[in-house]
Write a protein that binds this ligand. Structure first.
Ligand SMILES: Cc1ncc(COP(=O)(O)O)c(C=O)c1O
Length: 414
């Protein structure tokens, strides 16, 4: 028997990441957390398995006027917060054009608002075949679907496959909606290069100059603060694009501000048309009102605090950079050891995760099982193993590539 509405039937079910993370936690309770390697979690953890936080964020949060911070924030977000979000999104690379942003609960809320307002029911969003699984879940929730194209050709982003898919979708729906999670992609850690961006934008412009299609390009920058100093340079390329080419960015305070559970982010829009931005504001704010209403004022106040106090901003930036360097060191150990032992990884530049590809889904599952027997927990995601570099400290990373390589060889031989 089901009481669910037709549209709600068949959704939900086990989540691979949570399932593997639960197994790791269970084992940790049995033999001690220090005796296992838990590379399943998408949060930046220290050697004790505690989430790493930024002191400047904590101090700012503790300094807030409590009764002010618990009140409702404006629906679109506090005006100072919105300014700060736009500054933080683009840094020194703000594109020319009309720009706006609407607060959301994390990057997830921003993605939701983008899907909801720029796709008709039954339409598709396209992205890379290696991607964050929640995109599919969110699209399913609004009767839309995710279609994918090949992420890599050899060691590079597969621009050709990306544009071919865009061309295919252009035949079926007016808004060609493309989502690219870059820089520091989840789950591979690749970033689209500036040259590849040039080709993608050129190809998309050709599509939307056909007099039929619009382009909505959603760039998910959830991990941008871990992608190095030039990570924002590509953003200036979205200057003065045609009026029917809308670029959206998902801004999130989860990773870069270590405020995961506070649930704050924003959807940022860039267009050469004032009208397109005005309708973005109106529609996105209406969606917010109709789903979660307003967002965490405390987290907004922290961003405003930094924006208003240069010394706090400087301390925050320095600490954020230190965190990013820490991740880089972790990644370097893994990547160097992988090269030394011949373990193949997908192209990784930066970010929380890295992928070891396998020939089949079964090999990935079997390798994960064998590693579990050694108390190493990784998530098999499709044809590959995802290594959450963010969740394990250097001493646990040392030697890990070798052990994955051994497990893969055994799994392949079966
Ligand atoms: C690729 C990607 N995009 C967006 C998000 C959204 O995160 P949040 O909603 O916590 O900001 C995540 C979180 O894991 C992610 O991995």
């Amino acid at each position: 028997m089901t009481l669910l509405a037709k549209s709600a039937q068949g959704k939900g079910g086990p989540d691979a990441i949570f399932a593997y993370s639960d197994m790791a936690n269970k084992r940790a309770a049995e033999i001690g957390r220090e005796n296992i390697t838990n590379a399943t979690i998408g949060a930046f953890l220290d050697e004790k398995g505690k989430v790493l936080t930024l002191k400047a964020v904590e101090e700012s949060m503790r300094g807030l006027d409590f009764s002010d911070s618990v009140t409702y924030a404006p629906l679109k977000g506090m005006p100072r917060f919105i300014e700060a979000v736009i500054d933080a999104t683009f840094g020194d690379y703000r594109p020319q054009g009309y720009i706006s942003a609407i607060a959301s609960p994390g990057g997830t809320g921003a993605i939701h608002n983008a899907f909801y307002n720029y796709l008709n029911r039954g339409e598709v969003c396209i992205t890379t075949d290696y991607c964050w699984g929640n995109y599919r879940t969110m699209l399913r929730e609004m009767d839309c679907t995710l279609e994918t194209f090949r992420t890599f050709k050899d060691e590079h982003f597969d621009v050709e496959s990306c544009l071919a898919k865009a061309g295919e979708v252009a035949q079926k729906q007016q808004n060609v909606f493309m989502l690219l999670n870059t820089p520091a992609h989840n789950p591979t850690g690749f970033s689209v290069t500036d040259e590849e961006w040039d080709e993608v934008i050129k190809g998309l412009k050709a599509i939307n100059q056909n007099g039929k299609n619009n382009v909505v390009l959603l760039v998910d920058i959830a991990y941008i603060d871990f992608a190095g100093k030039d990570a924002r340079r590509f953003m200036q390329k979205f200057s003065d694009l045609p009026e029917n080419f809308l670029t959206l960015f998902t801004f999130s305070l989860s990773k870069g501000y270590t405020l995961y559970g506070y649930r704050l982010g924003a959807l940022v829009a860039v267009s050469s048309s004032a009208e397109v931005i005005a309708e973005f504001d109106k529609a996105t704010a209406a969606s917010s009102r109709a789903t979660w209403s307003n967002c965490s004022k405390a987290a907004m106040m922290v961003m405003c605090d930094f924006a208003d106090h240069a010394e706090k901003m400087a301390a925050f930036k320095a600490q954020q950079e230190a965190l990013s360097q820490n991740l880089k060191q972790r990644a370097e150990i893994f990547v160097n050891e992988a090269k030394a032992c011949g373990l193949v990884t997908l192209p990784y530049q930066s970010g929380f995760f890295l992928m070891v590809p396998t020939d089949t889904v079964e090999i990935a599952q079997e390798a994960a099982r064998l590693l579990r027997e050694e108390d190493i927990f990784l998530v098999p995601l499709g044809k590959g193993l995802r290594v959450a570099l963010c969740a394990i400290v250097e001493e646990k990373i040392t030697g890990l590539a070798e052990r994955i390589n051994e497990a893969l060889k055994k799994a392949q031989a079966k």
